[in-house]
Structure formats: C-alpha cells, structure tokens
Design a protein around this ligand. Structure first.
Ligand SMILES: [Zn+2]
Length: 252
C-alpha cells in the first residue's frame, strides 16, 4: 500500500481510538497536526515514496553514483555535454517538452552523445501539480510524444517537476505506466548562487548509490559539474548511467 493511504488509514484508526478513549480536543489537534506534517513532507519529498514509487538511489553497497539534469534543453546544455564527454560520463536529462520542440538541435546532441532523456512535463508550470488528472495525463503524453520524435522509442521515464508528488501525479504515473525517477542528492544549484557552495553541498551528501540532481539551466553548471566529477573520481566513485545504477528496476 502506498504510504499516503497507510497514513490516512492510521489517522482514521487513531481518531476512532481517541473517541473511544474520550480524550480532550488537544489530543485530536495534535494528531491532525502530526498527520498534516507527514502528508506535507510526503508532497515535497519524492524520496518518501508517499504518492508514487520513485527510484531515488541505487545499490548502497556499490561505489557508484549517477548524475542527472533537469529543466533543459538550454544553451548551457552544450557546455554540459562537452564536460561529460571529457570524462566519458553518461548522464540522464529530464527535459521539458516545449523547450525540446524549440531547441531540437540541442536535444539531438544529448541523444547523439549517448545520454538518456526522460519526461519532465511539457510546460513545467507552477500549477503542474494542481491541474486535473486528465490534463496532467494529456500534458505528460504530449511530452512523451516529443521525446519519441527524437528517440523513436516510447518513453517511460518521468521526473516530477519540483520533485512534488500528490494523488494526481501518482494517478498519472500509474495510468501511463511511467517509471518515476527521483534523486538522493539535491544540489540546490538553482537557488545557491555560489558554485563552490553547491559543490560542497554535494560532496557532503554523496554516498554509494547516490543519484545527483543538477540543472543544465544553472549559470555556472559547467564549473560545478567539472568540480563534482573530479571530486567523485578522486574519491573512487564510478559515475554510471541511470540504467546501470538502477539495474533491473529500470525495466519494470
Ligand atoms: Zn524542473
């Protein structure tokens, strides 16, 4: 059972128990406050697997990590691709369908150089998560069609915008048979302005099996990426593709 449903079931059973115990109103308030915090964290933290199963980390016993980029294609993507080539690293790019149609040459470069691309919605608007189930499925289908126009293959990989999941996103993932891909290391490269700080944040959090989230839209992403790759190599990490880090789970 998804953790969202288990939490709701827990809230109902706890409410019944509190009614039977004839406790004060404070106990009910405390219960609903706790449940609300848990649900809120489940919405913003994809790794909690609250509304959908998401692949967020590979094998913890292997000294392997994967690097992923969101929100492209972007003019910086080409710089990113050159750094990846320099170190023979294969990454995952979760692209925005509309941007892909506007920048087809960049998307072709990503696929020609052997990287994986996945669906990161068609518009990536702030209201993505609160549209109707039908509209969300339509948007994700449109983004999948865009990806197919480049790869020739049906796309199954999806990274929820902002890493936010809720019952609507969970429905769309299930309905379309998508594989939700999360992360275990969030670089915050779109909000932290100092590239060194972004890198230090990643160094501190990276562990065997980590999936690192970066954005090719970040201003100094080439510097950040090269520093991170060098750090990983110096610390005996093998940088592998998403397919490799998730193994057989990737084909479900
Ligand atoms: Zn995004």
């Amino acid at each position: 059972m998804l953790r969202f449903y288990s939490t709701i079931l827990f809230a109902i059973l706890a409410t019944i128990a509190l009614i039977l115990a004839d406790v004060s109103a404070i106990a009910f308030i405390a219960l609903y406050l706790i449940v609300s915090v848990i649900v809120f964290l489940g919405v913003i933290k994809i790794e909690m697997q609250f509304f959908a199963k998401s692949l967020c980390r590979g094998d913890k016993t292997k000294q392997e990590v994967a690097i992923t980029f969101d929100d492209g294609p972007h003019r910086n993507t080409l710089k990113v691709l050159d750094i990846l080539d320099k170190y023979s690293v294969k990454a995952g790019f979760f692209i925005i369908g509309k941007k892909a149609n506007e920048n087809p040459d960049i998307v072709k470069e990503i696929t020609n150089r052997g990287h994986i691309i996945g669906n990161h919605s068609y518009y990536h608007k702030g209201a993505f998560d609160i549209q109707s189930r039908k509209k969300m499925v339509n948007e994700l289908t449109k983004a999948n069609e865009t990806i197919k126009s480049f790869t020739g293959e049906e796309n199954k990989l999806f990274r929820p915008p902002y890493g936010i999941t809720n019952p609507i996103v969970g429905y769309a993932i299930k309905k379309m048979g998508l594989i939700s891909i999360g992360w275990s290391v969030r670089s915050l490269d779109t909000s932290i302005k100092d590239p060194d700080k972004v890198c230090r944040r990643v160094y501190k959090r990276v562990k065997p099996g980590s999936v690192i989230l970066l954005h090719d839209t970040t201003k100094d992403i080439d510097v950040i990426l090269e520093n991170i790759i060098k750090y990983l190599i110096n610390n005996n990490y093998k940088i592998v593709s998403l397919k490799k880090i998730f193994g057989t789970k990737f084909d479900i």
